[in-house]
Design a protein around this ligand. Structure first.
Ligand code: IPM
Ligand code: MG
Length: 373
């Protein structure tokens, strides 16, 4: 077996303990890797004014893939207050390291499988198996934002768009703008990824989830490109179109009807949390951030600071993230064994973390899964 170089970024909060749990499982399944731990998260924001130090970016560049825990992220003013005193007032601005990594490494596909494991008391229904493909580099997460809105920008917008008339009386400091940038490159690559996955996994339908009736240009472009790619390259698979609001309702009403969803960045952020809750919540939701030559694998949940150090949270999301990493590396056999081991522990129901109504710790759960291997 190839000896992979894997970057491990536990982050902060419960990130450290869920990574410890996932490592137990990776060791047990026989995955041999050269693990390199790196610095990321709140601690480095406070100490260095940078939650994603250059040395960590270098580390990612030198490895084959990355396993990521969780990080605390706060709105910019709250974050600024927590900087160490000597760094205060020097113009450091907090940003989300995971969003930065996704963009820096062009990890354009965020794949979030939401599968109901039989026997999970938290399943909304047992017949759910949806995979969300979220565009991961642009859309409302492009990071192009203004507050206050510069006069130059306002003048240009007023000249170019009659709808700006409605805001004429509003002072610039009372207005904020976030751009939702959708590009053909971004739309094509995520849509192609969703269809390719559907074909590879023998799924029959891909649903593009947007809002083209109102967001005529950005959602419109996504949907037009989905139709194009479908017609030209994937006519063996069904393409369905749904609006994001209706999708939120349909996922609650008839979740079993959906197989693969593909959507833009913020819609995907929201709908993937909804889909995760249908199969037990964030304790079961894993995510693969994939580009053409790198991948970062993480639980969808955050750092849950109030549980930090208690070894209470469910590590299944991170264990499944490590399974996605093995899939990405082409180690399908080991990946399959991890998923089966998780399924078996859940089906037996003897070991359950607090979210499942039990009192097993993070590491008890990891041990139970490791034993099945
Ligand atoms: C996610 C998270 C992140 C996001 C946060 C932590 C920046 O919610 O991965 O879904 O918004 O993408
Ligand atoms: Mg999210």
């Amino acid at each position: 077996m190839t000896r992979y170089k894997i970057a491990v970024l536990p982050g902060d909060g419960v990130g450290k303990e869920v990574i410890e749990a996932a490592m137990m499982v990776l060791d047990e399944v026989g995955f041999k890797a050269d693990y390199r731990y790196g610095d990321v998260g709140w601690e480095f924001w406070k100490k260095e004014g940078n939650p994603l130090p250059e040395r960590t970016i270098k580390l990612l560049k030198e490895t084959d893939a990355c396993l990521f825990g969780a990080i605390t992220s706060k709105p910019k003013d709250e974050a600024a207050k927590e900087l160490s005193p000597e760094l205060q007032g020097k113009g450091y601005v907090y940003y989300s390291p995971i969003v930065a990594i996704r963009q820096l490494f062009q990890l354009y596909a965020n794949m979030r499988p939401c599968r109901a494991f039989p026997g999970n008391p938290l399943n909304y229904r047992d017949d759910i198996d949806v995979v969300v493909f979220r565009e991961n580099t642009e859309g409302l997460y492009s990071g192009v934002e203004f507050h206050p809105v510069p006069g130059e920008l306002r003048e240009t917008l007023e000249r170019l768009h009659p709808k700006m008339e409605a805001f004429k009386e509003i002072p610039s400091e009372d207005m904020a703008i976030t751009l939702r940038i959708i590009t053909r490159r971004g739309a094509e690559r995520i849509i192609r990824k969703a269809f390719s996955y559907a074909r590879e996994m023998g799924r029959k339908k891909v649903t593009v989830v947007e809002k083209p009736n109102v967001l005529r240009e950005t959602s419109g472009l996504m949907v037009r490109i989905a139709r194009e790619i479908h017609r030209r390259e994937f006519s063996d698979i069904e393409l369905e179109e749904a609006n994001i609001d209706a999708m939120a309702m349909w996922l609650v009403k008839n979740p079993e009807r959906y197989e693969v969803l593909v959507t833009s960045n913020l819609f995907g952020d929201v709908i993937s949390d909804l889909a995760a809750q249908l199969v037990g919540g964030l304790g079961f939701a894993s995510a693969a951030n994939m580009g053409d030559d790198y991948g970062v694998f993480e639980p969808t949940h955050g750092s849950a600071p109030k549980y930090a150090g208690l070894y209470k949270v469910n590590p299944v999301a991170t264990i499944l993230a490590s399974k996605l990493m093995l899939d990405y590396l082409g180690e399908k056999e080991m990946a399959g064994r991890i998923e089966s081991a998780v399924a078996e522990v859940i089906r037996e129901g003897r070991v359950r973390t607090y979210d499942m109504g039990g009192d097993a710790s993070t590491l008890d759960m990891a041990k139970a899964i490791a034993e099945k291997l």
